[in-house]
Design a protein around this ligand. Structure first.
Ligand code: GLV
Ligand code: MG
Length: 327
């Protein structure tokens, strides 16, 4: 390990993150009774400009009055380029009591954006004697944000997670796509001829691979959770599953749900399966035995395992324990 120790953000289960527009009060109770690990009540892109003042009131009332169970509760504020953002922070934090855990900052472009919100939140916490320290979820969804992601991820001790906002990222980079997340039929390669007939295959690639990988690295280098963003086609569970699995394979530990139907998918896909946990425990046990007999490596099922295998296996076991503890 490096001499520099990476402090992990507070441990939270964050497999599914449900977005709920702050203007749609009729959705609140259902969201509260559902199974999302995290809910963000939205003041930003799902709320029309004229509805923002009322949405703030709705969110404050909902945080104070609805039983949200053991969910982590977040509020997505408006971007720092708007005139809504300061009131979002002040009104919500002054009115919402202790049930709010996180503030989600959209379209973060520079470390100074995070610093500015941190300053505001810190003043309100002091002035109001708030005991519970608010954490930050940061959406990386602009070219500027992706360029500055390393500084952004390190910008505040409040930072807990980085989220990939695929729709705004596509807009900001002027990518040729109008779907929210998912594959793009333009993004692929044509193989060389595969046989004597000259047949060639067009193989689709994942056009978001770089962005997700970059985000995972910046998040993990700073002890933060890496969370994949929205998948717009809520009638396509298979498409959602594929996107979530490839995000999990790269190191994300959760994904947004823009519809309740996506919550059980995320909860299942980002939970280690029984078989994975069993295998992880076998690896740890086999390495313990190897160590006891003075060896630093061993063979398990015909494959090499060593101390790095313990660290890989512990990721799975710790996540399973955290999920079990959440209940
Ligand atoms: C989320 O905010 C997105 O832009 O995808
Ligand atoms: Mg966005």
């Amino acid at each position: 390990m490096s001499f520099k120790l990476v402090e992990p953000a507070p441990a939270r289960v964050n497999r599914s993150e449900l977005s709920v527009p702050g203007s749609s009060t009729k959705l609140f109770e259902k969201a509260a009774k559902g199974d999302a690990d995290v809910i963000f009540l939205d003041l930003e892109d799902a709320v029309a400009p004229d509805d923002k003042p009322q949405a703030r009131k709705n969110i404050i009332q909902a945080l104070n009055e609805i039983d949200w169970g053991n969910k982590t509760m977040s509020v997505r504020i408006n971007g720092l380029d708007t005139h809504f953002m300061y009131r979002d922070v002040v009104e919500v934090l002054e009115g919402a009591g202790d049930r709010i855990d996180l503030i989600m900052i959209p379209k973060v472009g520079t470390a100074a954006d995070v610093y500015a919100v941190d300053m505001l939140v810190t003043q309100i916490e002091k002035a109001k004697g708030r005991k519970k320290k608010i954490g930050f979820e940061l959406i990386i969804e602009t070219a500027l944000g992706m360029q500055n992601i390393a500084e952004i991820a390190a910008a505040s001790p409040r930072n807990e997670s980085l989220h990939f906002g695929v729709a705004d990222y596509a807009a900001s980079t002027k990518a040729k796509i109008t779907n929210i997340g998912g594959p793009n039929k333009l993004y692929g390669v044509l193989t060389d001829p595969l046989d004597a007939s000259g047949r060639r295959d067009f193989v689709w690639g994942d056009m978001w691979h770089y962005a997700i990988s970059r985000l995972v690295v910046a998040a993990r280098a700073n002890g933060l959770r890496a969370i994949d963003g929205p998948f717009g086609d809520f009638k396509d569970p298979d498409g959602y599953t594929a996107q979530a699995n490839r995000a999990a394979a790269l190191g994300c530990e959760g994904k947004w749900a823009i519809h309740p139907a996506q919550i059980p998918l995320a909860n299942q896909l980002f939970s280690p399966s029984e078989a994975e946990v069993k295998q992880a425990r076998r690896i740890i046990e086999a390495m313990r035995q190897a160590e006891a007999s003075g060896q630093g490596a061993a063979a398990l099922d015909g494959k090499l395992i060593d101390y790095a295998s313990i660290r890989q296996a512990e990721v799975i076991v710790k996540m399973a324990d955290r999920i079990a503890a959440r209940g």
